[in-house]
Design a protein around this ligand. Structure first.
Ligand code: CMC
Length: 438
């Protein structure tokens, strides 16, 4: 397996910063798509100042050659290829290869990669017993994160982060086992026996087989469902320095192994402001439908500054025009619902909500558009995937992106542990009053 890592930036002049009687010149670097950033690494050493950027709204945490996105123009490209192009011509495993290795695979490379994944789809029999310890109503994201973390206990032969062979086998194990771990989490929740993977099936078919087949009856995977899942996994596969990917890089920067880093990323993805929004979005649509479909009431609530309610599936830190992933998914959603002849009341609520919100001044002013999570839930519902599994499917999609970033981090010359600074606002020095005197 070869990897290409090009983290070079161009010199784009300098900025001069004046503070009191101090003046410092800081270099400006430019990436391959013209993005510019001030390199402030010398700032503290020269002036004692640090930068403050709550939520990293304006901070480039790294140079990266994996994914380019332009939120203003609604552009998303993995390794230079537009997401629309990849969605039209590739399957998820090819996209995973692209993200992890930097280039689309040749037919021989693709065959080799698929066979490497197939070889590792089962999880160790002893790992199945972990599931006995989880309560039946445990959230599958909690199970996913725990079992992925526990891979380190079973595969101690592949924990050296600087050994390419060990990293490679960990990558195969993760790509191969995550669908199995995820499907077992679902089977556990409904009390059905776990289904072993079927390596005659492709990646998405195999996942649907493990989800829906039982030992008592086979499950013929609907090709439209497998196609929709393939598309959803592709559009979720990477999104540059988002919360979970930054988490994977943060944990990986301490030289923690790949399983530990990905397990942490799954935890970050779970939150409703990130990957958990697809689950939260469908729960919200259900709530609106059960409340008589009064969309306006919820739009008003989202606008009310005294209410903490937000329209789930709307808004994005980076996309301020449209989310290209939402557009691809919307088309897939229409196609699937029409073909299955599904008249999902939630879809009507979603449609109405979108119409109201897109015309409402509050949303227009703040550039709050439907994001990727807005429609994905409706598609998953149509496929019979339970709502608690939605973010689990997001994890399956995001895995190659996490791996690509973890690998890139380790290939970065002069890699250092991630360790942000802070502006301390707590108590000044004081002395401890012994407990009997407090
Ligand atoms: N509903 C109502 N108001 C909103 C929403 C929303 N969904 N999102 C943002 N706003 C308002 C917010 O109140 C603020 O208003 P004001 O300027 O008057 O104070 C303004 O828009 C800017 O919001 P922000 O919180 O500063 O924006 P952010 O960039 O920090 O947050 C976000 C981005 C995605 C967390 C946020 O839009 C949100 O909470 N959306 C709902 C959750 C969601 O759908 N998340 C999935 C994101 S896509 C999947 C992924 O990649 O993770």
């Amino acid at each position: 397996m070869s990897s290409s890592v090009n983290l070079e930036t161009q010199d784009a002049g300098t900025v001069r910063l004046t503070y009191g009687d101090q003046e410092i010149e800081l270099p400006v670097v430019e990436g391959s798509e013209g993005e510019r950033g001030i390199d402030i690494s010398a700032l503290r050493g020269s002036t004692g100042l640090v930068t403050l950027d709550e939520g990293f709204v304006n901070t480039g945490s790294t140079r990266s050659a994996v994914t380019f996105l332009d939120g203003e123009k609604g552009i998303l490209r993995y390794r230079g290829y537009p997401i629309e192009d990849l969605a039209a011509h590739c399957d998820f495993v090819e996209v995973a290869y692209l993200l992890i290795h930097g280039e689309l695979p040749s037919p021989a490379e693709a065959a080799n990669f698929r066979s490497g994944i197939r070889h590792h789809t089962m999880i160790h029999e002893d790992m199945r017993s972990f599931y006995n310890g989880f309560p039946r109503d445990a959230h599958p994201m909690a199970i996913l994160s725990s079992v992925v973390g526990a891979l380190s206990t079973f595969y101690q032969d592949s924990m050296q982060v600087d050994d390419p062979d060990q990293v490679e086998i960990s990558i195969y194990r993760l790509l191969a086992k995550l669908p199995t771990i995820a499907a077992y989490a679902y089977k556990k929740s409904i009390g059905q026996p776990f289904m072993y993977p079927n390596n005659d099936l492709d990646y998405c078919e195999n996942f649907l087989h493990m989800m829906f087949a039982t030992p008592a009856h086979d499950h013929l995977v609907d090709p439209d469902f497998a196609e929709a899942l393939n598309l959803l996994l592709i559009v979720h596969a990477d999104h540059e320095q988002n919360c979970s990917t930054s988490t994977v890089r943060m944990v990986g920067s301490s030289n923690a192994n790949l399983f530990a880093s990905i397990s942490a990323g799954i935890g970050a993805l779970w939150g409703p402001l990130h990957g958990g929004a697809n689950e939260a979005c469908v729960n919200m649509l259900e709530q609106i439908a059960a409340d008589g479909g009064n969309v306006k009431k919820y739009v008003d609530m989202a606008k009310d500054k005294n209410s903490s309610f937000r329209l789930m599936g709307f808004g994005h830190r980076v996309y301020k025009n449209f989310d290209p992933r939402a557009q691809i998914i919307r088309a897939c959603c229409d196609k699937l619902l029409a073909k299955l002849n599904i008249d999902d009341p939630l879809f009507h609520v979603a449609q109405e909500l979108q119409d109201v919100a897109l015309e409402d001044e509050y949303f227009v002013e703040r550039k709050l558009y439907p994001n990727v999570d807005f429609y994905s839930g409706v598609i998953y519902r149509a496929m019979g995937i339970p709502v608690q599994m939605f973010t689990v499917l997001f994890s399956l999609g995001r895995l190659p992106g996490w791996i690509a970033h973890w690998k890139e981090l380790h290939a970065t010359p002069g890699k250092r542990i991630y360790r942000p600074r802070q502006i301390y606002t707590g108590q000044n020095e004081r002395t401890v009053v012994p407990i009997e005197n407090r």
